[in-house]
Every structure is written in C-alpha cells, then in structure tokens.
Design a protein around this ligand. Structure first.
Ligand SMILES: Cc1ncc(COP(=O)(O)O)c(C=O)c1O
Length: 425
C-alpha cells in the first residue's frame, strides 16, 4: 500500500522536461482521460485546450485507437526493423504516402519529432555526399523550432532552449521567415549562395514553439520556388502542422511547390504513441542505392516502426479521414475566427491570428518571449476554471483536439475574454 501521494513520489524520483525543479509547482496527477477531458486524482476535469503538447487529435483514450493497439499487442508488439518488416509499418507507409503533398515515395520511421528531423537532415546531407557534391550549408529560419536533439537544435532558431549548448551546435545560414519586406532579399541570397546549400528546412506556415508565428503561404512558396531552381532539397517539418492542424491535411497543401522530405510525428498516431516518420522522394532514396555499403543511411532506433505505434497511426488515419472530422476541423476554425474578431478590441491583446484549428495572440504585458511570466498566471487561473492552457510566455494560444465541442470551445473563449478584460497592459 502506498502511503505517499503521487506528487510526493514524483518529487523524489522524476526529472520533468523544461522544468526548474527548484521552485516548480507540484505536477498535477492525471488519472484518466476521455475525449477532450483530463481528470486529476481528486476527480476534477480539465479541458485539454492544447492537445497535450499538440499531439491529441481525436481525444484521449479513443476506443477505436485503443482497440487497434490492443489487437496489435496480442499479435506482434515489437520486432527489429532491419532485416524484418511487418504489416502495420508497410500499410501505414502505403496509406500515408498518397496523402502527402508532392511526390513522396519512401517512409523512414523513428520515434518522435526531433528524430524525424534528424533523419531528414542526415538524408539531405548524405544525399549530396553520396552524389560527390560539396554542398554543405543548410538554410533554416530564425525563430524556428525543430526539436531538442543536437541536429534539430542546430537548425532551430537560437533561443533559451539552445543557449547552453551553443558551442556544440553546427551553424546553418539563418534567414527570417519570408514577409513582404524581405522576400526580395531572401530570393537574392538564395540565387547568389543557393548552389552551396544542401537543403532548406522550414516549419510551413506556422512556427509553433517560436510563438505560434504564422506567415504567408504565397511568400514561402516563392522562396521554395527559388530554392528548387537552385536545387536545394526542401525539408518541410510538418511535425506540428501535419494531420489537419492548419485546416488542410498538411500545410504543404497550401503550397504549389512541394517538399523533397517531410517530417511527421505528434498527430501521426492521433497523439497516442511515440512515432516519427520522415518521408522522402524517390530522387532522395535513389542517391543511397549503391554497391558501396558506406552509401547506406546509417540511422535507426530500437523502436523504429514499432508495430503498436504503426497500428495506432493507422487507426488515427481511419478517424482523420472521416468526413465528420474534416467538418469538425472547419467548425473549430469558424469558431476561432469569431473569437479572434471579438478580442481584437482589447488594448492588452495584440496580433490575433488564426490558422486552421489554432488561434493565437500576444498579451501586451512585459517583454515578449518564452520567459515572460504572464502565461504562468493565465495557466493557473485557467486550471481553476477546468481548462488547461499553456501559453508560450505571453503568447496565448488554443490548439484543441478535433473532438472539442462547441460548448467546450465557448467555455475556453469565455474564460480568456474574462481574463483579458481584467488584464492591464
Ligand atoms: C515543428 C516541430 N518540429 C519538431 C518538434 C520536436 O518534436 P518532439 O517533441 O516529438 O521531439 C516539434 C515539437 O514541438 C515541433 O513543433
């Protein structure tokens, strides 16, 4: 019989992500999830308004996904993925590839978003090496976030997240996300130096961890067009934007130019299991075909293509591709747009923006950025109202599971409007 509370036990043995343990608030023990709701051990429900770090698509503990994971677990739970294959991995690749924007023909599996990015970078770097070309530079966007492993940190904008590791990161060529003012310069830079660059990595349309910054699809498309002319490999990091988040199945659907490599994770399994996937075109894949073993992609993980995770992803696709899901995504977008219009009137609110199922704005309180404490206060007040929100500093956003009801969204909007009304610039 345990005499200590879960929080006390946690306090003794757990090291949490992004957490200053010296003065952290005790974590909330979550005992159950269903649909949009998470319950703590006292029985209090919370609306998960950020899809548990942007992963949950169809709600928590979805019976269809749970059933498919269970059935798969009774048959084959794990097998080494070099020299072996299995039905869920192949079926998932077969179903996923035709859904992706462009002409992707190969899926490389890993475990999470960061590894999906690592694999993409390795593919792009080794692509040129295998071809005997000396392209080494990588083009990346300032303010971007691609993960916490060293390669993905290296191509992420420099920030609080990367500061301690700066001396160990490689340096890409950083440019700002395209806007009307800089697009001419950016295209010029690409025309002049593009032939030295191996690839261009970007979060299409939405820089998530960089403060839910939304940028123009047409301008990104223009930039991608020039990058293509200069033969850079385009790496779309759709770890956040994939699987309906931006309103389209993939953010790349808003663009005419297509990526050579696409990184996927988060919503891939509907948010139920850890899985990453990096999709590549046949052109990229073929550069690794050789009688020389050294030209193989030497990358893999113990749980590469884990059958349970692949089964979960297949089950999530079943749900995602239902017409009802697309309607719910559109419904969320319509409600977000009305809320955005409403709160624009408040002085303390800045830069209200929406994209698909995401609505975001800045609170004009203190300096912009991740360590602005405004968000901590908002999180606490929201929890008291049964809503889980986790602003990025003073950037407040809602990014709900697609099953979130109209009433649940209204509850979140009402809370935020009341909060904003009381907030002082
Ligand atoms: C665009 C993007 N890429 C990569 C990652 C890293 O994913 P993971 O946290 O699964 O490693 C994230 C995580 O937030 C992300 O938003």
């Amino acid at each position: 019989m345990q005499t200590k509370s879960l929080t006390d036990r946690d306090h003794e043995v757990i090291w949490h992500p992004y957490t200053q343990h010296k003065n952290k608030l005790p974590p909330i023990p979550v005992v159950r999830g269903k649909g949009t709701l998470l319950w703590d051990e006292k029985g209090n429900p919370y609306i998960d308004a950020i899809s548990s770090w942007w992963v949950t698509l169809h709600g928590h503990a979805h019976p269809h996904i749970a059933q498919k994971i269970y059935q798969q677990a009774l048959v084959l739970e794990q097998v080494i993925f070099t020299g072996f294959t299995h039905e869920p991995a192949v079926s998932l690749a077969e179903r996923l590839l035709p859904l992706l924007p462009g002409d992707l023909s190969r899926i490389f599996y890993s475990d999470n978003g960061s590894t999906a990015v690592e694999v993409a970078l390795k593919m792009a770097i080794q692509y040129w090496k295998n071809k005997g070309d000396d392209r080494k530079k990588i083009l990346a966007l300032r303010n971007s976030y691609h993960g916490d492993t060293f390669g993905s940190m290296s191509v992420s904008g420099r920030s609080l997240f990367t500061a301690a590791f700066q001396d160990y990161l490689f340096e890409p060529v950083f440019i700002d996300a395209p806007d009307r003012e800089n697009i001419g310069q950016l295209k010029e830079l690409l025309r002049r130096h593009g032939c030295e660059m191996a690839c261009f990595i970007y979060e299409p349309l939405l820089q998530g961890a960089g403060g839910m910054h939304m940028y123009d699809a047409a301008l990104l498309d223009e930039l991608m067009g020039v990058a293509k002319e200069m033969d850079l490999l385009l790496i779309a990091d759709e770890v956040l934007t994939g699987f309906g988040r931006t309103g389209e199945l993939f953010a790349g659907n808003y663009l005419r130019n297509t990526a050579d490599i696409i990184c996927l994770s988060k919503g891939l399994t509907g948010g139920t299991m850890a899985l990453g996937a990096t999709a590549a075109t046949e052109r990229v894949f073929e550069a690794f075909l050789s009688d020389d073993r050294r030209k193989s992609l030497f990358h893999g993980h113990s749980f590469t293509a884990n059958p349970l995770a692949c089964a979960a992803a297949l089950a999530s696709l079943d749900l995602l591709l239902e017409t009802a899901c697309a309607e719910r995504i559109r419904g969320i977008n319509t409600q977000h747009a009305a809320f955005a219009e409403k709160i624009k009137a408040y002085d303390v609110v800045r830069d209200v923006r929406t994209l698909g199922t995401v609505v975001a704005f800045e609170l004009s309180q203190g300096e912009d950025g991740y360590i602005n404490p405004a968000g901590l206060d908002l999180t606490q007040k929201a929890m008291e109202e049964g809503i889980y929100l986790r602003p990025l500093g003073n950037t407040v956003y809602i990014l709900p599971p697609y099953c979130t009801t109209k009433e649940e969204l209204d509850k979140i909007y009402d809370f935020l409007e009341k909060y904003i009304k009381k907030a002082r610039p």
